[in-house]
Design a protein around this ligand. Structure first.
Ligand SMILES: C[S@@+](CC[C@H](N)C(=O)[O-])C[C@H]1O[C@@H](n2cnc3c(N)ncnc32)[C@H](O)[C@@H]1O
Length: 175
């Protein structure tokens, strides 16, 4: 993908207008957030957000979806990666019946944008007939993950569909 490349059906094959609408809307959130983020400290915090064409390419690599997709984004930024994944899953002929997204983000400004991206994902899924639920966790993913693993060792969880913190899919651009 060339720098500055734009979203187009030529790049990603046939896709619906709704698909590009969601990606474009979330990419606009990314551009706005980048202007509003404190520029000092961004490198230390790893706050470099993925442009839509790259996010969409990553989403195209997702495996065949389960009927229930429980998706983890462990450092979500504004939500470019989970939104691309949701859009790509909804494009498929064998789209899932249900998508649950858990987005971790420690930066409050970015977590606010991620909430908005999740709202757009919900609208998108409504239009595609896919049940959607989500949660932004404004905490350190690494700390949470250790707690979850410890809990899991002592008390194995029965089924993904019944546990909002078990995942069968992940998207990640780590800091
Ligand atoms: C490289 S950026 C990528 C953001 C987004 N995934 C994307 O691709 O646009 C990494 C993000 O993770 C967040 N982050 C860093 N450490 C984190 C942690 N321990 N828990 C949750 N979020 C974290 C940062 O604030 C930043 O927004």
């Amino acid at each position: 993908m060339k720098p500055g490349a734009r979203l187009s059906s030529e790049t990603f094959g046939l896709a619906s207008a709704k698909f590009f609408h969601l990606l474009g809307a979330v990419d606009a959130l990314r551009a706005e957030a980048c202007c509003r983020l404190e520029q000092t400290g961004r490198a230390e915090k790893g706050q470099f957000l993925t442009p839509a064409p790259v996010a969409q390419f990553m989403a195209s690599l997702l495996a065949e979806p389960n009927q229930t997709v429980s998706l983890l984004d462990a450092g979500a930024g504004v939500g470019s990666l989970f939104a691309s994944a949701v859009a790509a899953l909804c494009e498929r002929a064998d789209r899932p019946e249900r998508i649950h997204v858990v987005a971790y983000e420690v930066e409050p400004l970015l977590a606010d944008y991620a909430e908005e991206a999740l709202r757009l994902c919900r609208l998108h899924c409504d239009g595609a007939g896919v049940a959607f639920s989500s949660e932004v966790r404004r905490t350190d993913f690494l700390r949470d993950a250790v707690c979850l693993l410890e809990a899991d060792l002592l008390n194995p969880s029965p089924r993904i569909a019944e546990d909002p913190l078990r995942f069968n899919c992940a998207v990640q651009n780590p800091p």
